[in-house]
Design a protein around this ligand. Structure first.
Ligand code: NAI
Length: 682
């Protein structure tokens, strides 16, 4: 194989590891060989490194991670040293993406030329790491400390167009990338000395002030993840001589690789990819979906519509009356116009998006849809009535879906003539933002229909997770167990703010009582009343929420719930009224209140989730233990860098965990079911 193509006096080295030129051992070796050959060739004055249209290089090869190939020579830092010390100019020609190690390759070249639409970034932070091959040292030297820090801390790629004046690129071009890169290489060949990023010195005071400003701005969740502080320490080292900075970066990087947080993030990365696949036991062909119909243009219906429109689908939006339809249509229009006004999308894109929306009051329009999804009120009779009409109008072969949060899918399917075509598609609010999608399998749902649900999830750029049809599916079932246990802790001695603070203190986006106030306590109250008749009186039932509701404390919207709200701002602690209700609840159960430490609260909350996870697996509601972690992280604010409840359980001392799970029996009392931990831990 030829190592490079000659373009006059320039050696053009094409990275050839499709699809995205991940930096496998073979590719690293080839780069080194090709550069050596070009260097030895007297006819050659300069070198251009180029990838394909999709990628210059997307970074490390995940398939080699943890294998001997990952560390086989030449390792990436060595490749970069060869590029940087090459006596002939090396120019990176970037189309598509240059991410992580891929961008680090480009940063080690003597110059970079990019197509306008190319995207570059250092996403290591999302895996709990920092760039480990000079990214933290070279990027700030080229683009400045502020931009460099911003890019490394956010992990978000930016377009070459955005970075055109940043100092990163010698040229940003619309066409003829390789020609432009060759021209730059020739120019450099005639220069007195090659520009090397390592030779640029940064002002030490400036570095310090930017780093400290960024440190002060880290939020609580970032402070819980050691990679953020490590980025700052590494960038602070750009004030040192280059090689010392590089050594510091390497040391920080290697320290992070085995950290709990980085392991959890790698785990999430892996299990998310598994979750979206149907198990081998379900072999189905997905049906094509180009047009969907959404019934109900409320909060969820409009969110689902936006999500589908964004994915290029056509959406028929059906409502029961003209006013509700117009409100829904307006909400979708406001979304797109707002984004266009804010400069996030072009006005033409907003118009084209809205053109894919067809609001209607005619049930016969359902015949246009390949998939019909219902998002009307959460009431079985209402949903059944809707599905009778859907059955009459949807075309044969159309997939029928319900967005119910709790109702029995089979009871919904019972009213249609084609129950095999019906499934649950449980979106999360806001449906155009949240990535989780629970794909719920009814008793008669066919494999093709499940495959279509999973495929639709991927089309909408969601994370579809298969669930069995049981009350609350995966997410709400675990969340209910968790929330119930948090209520026990109120009776046992904690205040709502103790529980919330302990859980946000370990990284939950919000505590359970702040969440309850935000969503409104009346939803749970209504559900509790509906269940009252069938509830076993021996069960431990915490009546605090009911009493709050009886006093009109329905949550944030009422100005009071577990907390009180002034101008929408939550009080730091619960007030006397709430404390009196809680104290009475403790007294009624004969409990002498004992304060709980944050660690006790966290552990009890997690134990409740873990036990429920084991039950869900035993019942077949979840296919894989790891699916539960994906659901909790994506839909319920569980800290991603802790991996999820199952991952957490796997990190614990097994004997202690088993004992603590057994101990839940005394807390929960009558009706406690103990899950089999072996299902989670192997
Ligand atoms: P919503 O009250 O905002 O919207 C419901 C809409 O359905 C209303 O616009 C109503 O006019 C319309 N509707 C009612 N009956 C209808 C009928 N027979 N034909 C046509 N349209 C009809 O309710 P939301 O919050 O959007 O919830 C809808 C469904 O989504 C419920 O089943 C709910 O459990 C579920 N869900 C809600 C989530 C949330 O956070 N709000 C999250 C996940 C699921």
């Amino acid at each position: 194989m030829t190592l490079f193509q000659r373009q006059h006096a320039i050696a053009v080295i094409t990275l050839d590891h499709p699809p995205v030129n991940s930096l496998s051992h073979a590719l690293r070796q080839r780069i080194v060989e090709a550069v050596a050959a070009a260097q030895a060739d007297a006819q050659i004055k300069g070198i251009v490194l180029v990838g394909n249209d999709k990628a210059f290089s997307a970074g490390a090869d995940v398939t080699e991670m943890g294998t001997p190939k990952q560390l086989a020579l030449p390792i990436l830092p060595e490749v970069l040293a060869r590029l940087e010390s090459c006596s002939k100019p090396v120019v990176a020609a970037i189309a598509g993406v240059a991410l992580g190690g891929g961008l680090e390759v480009a940063l080690s070249c003597h110059a970079r030329v990019a197509l306008e639409g190319a995207r570059v970034g250092l996403p290591e932070i999302s895996l709990g790491l920092i760039p480990g091959s000079g990214g933290t040292q070279r990027l700030p030297r080229l683009v400045g400390v502020a931009t460099g820090l911003d890019m490394i801390l956010s992990g978000q790629p930016r377009s070459a167009r955005q970075l055109a004046d940043s100092g990163l690129f010698e040229r940003v071009v619309a066409v003829d990338l390789v020609d432009a890169a060759c021209a730059v290489a020739l120019q450099l060949a005639d220069a007195a000395a090659l520009p090397r990023t390592r030779d640029r010195a940064l002002d030490a005071d400036l570095v310090r002030s930017h780093v400290e400003a960024a440190r002060a701005k880290l939020n609580a969740r970032q402070r819980l993840q050691p990679a953020y502080a490590a980025v700052l320490d590494a960038v602070a080292a750009t004030a040192l001589p280059f090689d010392q900075g590089l050594a510091k970066e390497r040391e920080l990087f290697l320290g992070l690789v085995p950290s709990r947080q980085a392991r959890a993030l790698r785990y999430q990365f892996k299990v998310e990819r598994e979750a979206v696949k149907l198990p081998a036991s379900i072999q189905g062909q997905s049906r094509p979906v180009r047009t969907i119909a959404v019934i109900g243009a409320g909060t969820m219906g409009t969110g689902i519509a936006i999500s589908a429109i964004d994915a290029g689908l056509r959406v028929v939006l059906l409502e029961q009356d003209a006013a509700a339809l117009e409100r829904g249509r307006q909400r979708v229009a406001d979304h797109y116009n707002g984004r266009a006004d804010a400069g996030k999308i072009k006005h033409a894109v907003a118009e084209a998006s809205l053109a894919r929306l067809q609001p209607t009051l005619e049930w016969s329009d359902l015949a246009l849809a390949d998939l019909v999804i219902e998002a009307v009120f959460e009431d079985l009779a209402v949903k059944q009535e809707v599905f009778r009409k859907v059955d009459a109008h949807a075309r044969p072969g159309a997939v029928l879906a319900t967005n119910t949060s709790y109702l029995d899918i089979d009871a919904v399917a019972a009213v249609v003539s084609r129950p095999q075509d019906l499934l649950g598609l449980h979106f999360f609010s806001p449906a155009n933002v949240m990535k989780l999608l629970e794909v719920v399998r009814g008793a008669q749902t066919s494999a093709d229909v499940l495959a279509t649900g999973m495929e639709l999830g991927r089309t909408l750029k969601k994370l579809p997770v298969l669930c069995g049809n049981a009350f609350g599916f995966i997410g709400n079932r675990i969340y209910n167990a968790y929330r119930r246990h948090c209520e026990f802790m109120l009776e046992d001695g904690a205040w709502p703010e103790d529980v919330d603070r302990a859980l946000t203190g370990m990284g939950f986006a919000m505590g359970p009582f702040a969440v309850a106030d935000l969503s409104g306590l009346d939803i749970a109250w209504r559900m509790r009343k509906a269940q009252a008749a069938t509830r076993d009186p021996r069960e431990r039932y915490v009546a605090i929420l009911d009493q709050l509701c009886e006093q009109g404390r329905l949550g944030r919207k009422a100005g009071a719930g577990y907390y009180s709200y002034t101008d929408g701002k939550q009080s730091a602690a619960s007030d006397e009224t709430v404390r009196a209700i809680i104290e009475q609840a403790s007294a009624a159960r004969g409990i002498v209140r004992q304060p709980l430490t944050p660690e006790q609260i966290q552990r009890r909350a997690l134990l409740a989730m873990v036990n429920e996870a084991a039950l869900l697996l035993a019942e077949g509601v979840a296919q894989r233990a790891s699916d539960i972690d994906v659901v909790l992280v994506q839909g319920y604010g569980f800290p991603r860098w802790e991996g999820g409840p199952v991952f957490w359980a796997q990190q614990q001392d097994r004997a202690q965990l088993e004992q603590d799970i057994k101990g839940l029996a005394t807390v929960v009392g009558h009706g406690f079911r103990q899950g089999d931990l072996a299902l989670l831990l192997g």
